[in-house]
Write a protein that binds this ligand. Structure first.
Ligand SMILES: [Zn+2]
Length: 325
């Protein structure tokens, strides 16, 4: 372990000892005392405006949070990414930022631009690209280690990740995203493949949410991972000479209920709605990532917070989701 990393470590987790959830609580509390940027971000969370918008069969929580402007308008073109220092590499973290070393592979950090309190970023120690197919087992194991109090999140490199070049997940306390409760209460499920149940993981489309969502459930990591990869295969476009293979555009969220994992996958066809790229009064600064697909729509622009209505929100989902449900 190099000195840069050693200086970053608040605690280590390798499977036993103090529960990970408890360590994360301790980390965030310590960081709010010793890292002014995080304290300020948490203070400003107390003043964000939010309101519920009832859509056709589902609801969203619209949030005005100017502190998220960096994420919402993040430059993600490859040339722009190459030119900036990576903010998830441990050598580039602010000096006051500490983390939990997770199985000597990831650093769990307080997110300095939280969408909700206890928002964590889980960054790989190496600078390597976002890719969930390769790391789905780890994603599910982190979910289990965090326990049922958290939901673990993933943004694909082309649809929401602010650092597409550095493998990372996020975690937020469970129950924050409206779709979590709606899946329990109002979700309508269609089996994706009649055979999927026999392979040990239940794979279903969750419909009625205005955006496509796939739900994979099971108690065996390898079977869920296999079902996830099978689904990703169906989304993958064949590579050509001009177009190297790319991960299909998806966002994902995983949670644990008892011993059963719940993996929710949102297939995407666009990163941002066309209105995001306008340069006139009709511009809408909403950049859907996993939180938005889960029903928390963040805008750093107050005018958008005031004017977004159910029709506009439904149309944004239709535009960025792979299929309209
Ligand atoms: Zn990096």
């Amino acid at each position: 372990m190099n000195d840069v990393l050693r200086d970053r470590i608040y605690a280590s987790f390798s499977g036993g000892g103090v529960p990970l959830e408890e360590l994360c609580g301790g980390l965030l509390s310590q960081q709010q005392h010793s890292w002014a940027e995080l304290k300020q971000a948490y203070d400003s969370l107390n003043t964000v405006r939010s309101r519920s918008v009832e859509c056709d069969g589902f609801s969203v929580r619209l949030v005005f949070n100017p502190g998220r402007a960096v994420n919402t308008t993040a430059a993600v073109r490859p040339e722009e990414i190459r030119e900036r220092p990576c903010f998830l590499c441990s050598a580039n973290l602010p000096s006051a930022q500490k983390g939990i070393l997770y199985h000597r592979e990831f650093l769990i950090l307080g997110n300095p631009r939280p969408t909700v309190p206890f928002h964590l970023t889980i960054a790989h120690l190496d600078h390597r690209p976002q890719a969930l197919c390769e790391h789905i087992e780890t994603f599910l194991k982190i979910t289990a280690d965090l326990g049922c109090g958290f939901i673990t999140l993933y943004n694909g490199p082309r649809c929401g990740a602010s650092a597409p070049d550095h493998l990372h997940f996020q975690a937020v306390p469970s129950g924050q995203m409206p779709i979590e409760g709606e899946l329990e209460n109002t979700g309508i499920f269609i089996p994706l493949n009649p055979c999927s149940e026999t392979r040990g993981a239940r794979v279903r489309r969750a419909t009625g949410f205005g955006r496509e969502a796939l739900l994979i459930e099971g108690d065996d990591v390898s079977l869920i991972a296999a079902a996830f990869r099978d689904y990703m295969d169906t989304l993958t476009e064949p590579a050509t000479k001009e177009k190297p293979p790319e991960e299909p555009m998806i966002n994902a969220a995983a949670s644990l209920s008892g011993k059963v994992w719940r993996l929710l996958v949102f297939p995407r066809r666009a990163h941002r709605p066309a209105a995001f790229y306008r340069d006139d009064a009709d511009r809408i600064v909403v950049s859907p990532a996993v939180m938005e697909m889960g029903g928390i729509i963040v805008t750093p622009v107050e005018r958008d917070f005031d004017r977004l209505d159910a029709n506009t929100i439904q149309s944004i989902y239709r535009e960025v989701s792979l299929a309209d449900t």
